[in-house]
Design a protein. Structure first.
Length: 468
């Protein structure tokens, strides 16, 4: 039976496209049954949250840890039940969902297993209705260094330095103890910036890898997943703290036998092979390689253009640093740049667009930046007049529209709303639907612009750190 099982593995993973459901208004199947009934149906449904590490639909290509775990689980279950399957196979159906609905997918029968960063949902609602499991063998946050980090022989060498963490970090406890020690020795404390805007762990690791920041705090499991991509980062396990979030799985309380099999898979070599397969997945084609917007040459360009960014940012109600960041993403702030299709200058505008905007010759620096800011503003005011964008979202949606066109962004917003996402928020919401529609490019493009935006803010000391 083994060759047959191996031959059908390609059929063991199917998924429900959120985009397809939104377009057809088809509601997901509602069914709550026993594990034996799942085996009879030849299908087990796994709810997964939209998350860059766990699940992304890249224009029909599924990416993320859950994909490899699902493949490994299908292989393990089919091998265990080969004799009773008699040549047939069990499929794992991925059911992507917004994070807030992950556990509700079990409660309301839309899935049989929920997998994700379950620690973020503690305390678990309706705990008597679930069997909850950790699936992280080492649960700690660690310090990670990169190419611009100072050498660390001991942790007190962090004196006077700034470390960065995502929104849910638990590292304050460890830094507080370290700062007390430093204070007794008359040394400067360690500063903490957490969160750094809307950047997630993967963003921070990429910035660290590129030398844009010096120290990052991250769950060790995420470091291990991404270290094959970010070659310049080093983990320091000697400074760690228990992670407040943890990857795990949840089943309904009446599915103890399903949970037993999941535990058997987790303890098997197939689970480790699945994690290894994820680590070896080649994401390099999607990582555009961050440049340093504050190195000597780039910063001099920025400073020379800064009055124009400030002037037109104020005029068009855009953060000036977003205009600068978009220009850096497009051309590294190079007014001499001309693309293969004829786009001109810092903001890479087509001559016809520049002429339509009527702000002057976009071959010259001032009209070019003026036209870029004007165009960003028109993308919002013309195509999203009724949107309720708050904070940086007005600029983020302008950047996304600049990249893939406002019509594509508008369609992604509509479909995001149908699926329960916030149509007025880009990160963690509309970006996932845009990725499913258009591929990984818009997600990476907007996030790169935002990283440059945050780099400028850090350089200009617009972001204050804290001392735990």
């Amino acid at each position: 039976m083994k060759p047959l099982i191996q031959g059908i593995l390609a059929l063991n993973l199917i998924f429900v496209s959120a985009l397809a459901c939104a377009q057809t208004n088809k509601a997901p199947e509602v069914w709550s049954g026993s594990y034996s009934e799942m085996l009879q149906r030849r299908e087990i449904r796994m709810a997964v949250p939209y998350d860059r590490t766990i699940y992304i639909n890249d224009k029909g290509t599924l990416r993320g840890l859950s994909i490899e775990i699902s493949k490994g689980l299908a292989k393990w279950i089919n091998a265990k039940y080969a004799s009773q399957l008699k040549g047939k196979s069990i499929s794992i159906k991925l059911v992507p969902t917004i994070g807030a609905e992950l556990l509700n997918s079990l409660t309301f029968g839309r899935a049989d297993i929920a997998v994700g960063d379950i620690g973020l949902y503690e305390p678990i609602p309706n705990p008597q209705g679930f069997i909850v499991n950790h699936a992280s063998r080492v649960e700690q946050e660690v310090l990670v260094t990169g190419p611009s980090s100072l050498p660390l022989k001991k942790m007190t060498d962090l004196s006077g330095q700034t470390v960065y963490g995502s929104r849910n970090t638990n590292f304050q406890t460890t830094l507080r103890a370290l700062n007390e020690e430093l204070g007794r020795d008359g040394k400067l404390p360690v500063n903490l910036i957490s969160p750094l805007g809307d950047l997630d762990d993967e963003d921070l690791l990429e910035m660290l890898n590129a030398g844009l920041i010096q120290y990052v705090i991250v769950g060790d499991w995420k470091f291990k997943l991404w270290q094959s991509i970010y070659k310049n980062i080093v983990m320091h396990e000697e400074l760690s703290v228990k992670d407040v979030g943890w990857i795990g799985w949840v089943v309904r309380s009446n599915n103890q036998d399903l949970n037993d099999d999941l535990l058997g898979f987790y303890q098997s070599d197939d689970f480790e092979k699945s994690r290894l397969a994820f680590r070896q997945e080649d994401y390099k084609q999607h990582l555009k390689g961050l440049k340093d917007p504050i190195d000597k040459t780039a910063w001099a360009r920025f400073e020379s253009m800064r009055p124009l960014f400030n002037r037109f940012g104020t005029e068009y109600k855009l953060n000036p640093l977003f205009i600068a960041s978009l220009g850096f993403q497009e051309t590294l702030l190079n007014q001499s740049a001309v693309s293969t299709v004829g786009a001109i200058g810092v903001m890479q505008l087509m001559p016809a667009t520049g002429m339509a905007l009527g702000v002057g010759d976009i071959r010259l620096l001032e009209p070019n930046i003026h036209a870029g800011a004007d165009y960003m503003n028109q993308l919002i005011t013309k195509y999203f007049p009724d949107a309720q964008f708050d904070g940086n979202n007005r600029s983020l949606f302008a950047v996304a529209s600049y990249n893939i066109g406002p019509n594509n962004v508008a369609k992604a917003r509509d479909q995001a709303k149908q699926l329960g996402f916030d149509p007025n928020r880009w990160f963690g919401n509309v970006e996932f639907i845009a990725t499913e529609r258009m591929g990984y490019e818009p997600m990476i493009y907007v996030r790169n612009v935002y990283k440059y935006f945050m780099s400028y803010r850090l350089k200009l000391k617009e972001i204050e750190s804290i001392q735990p």
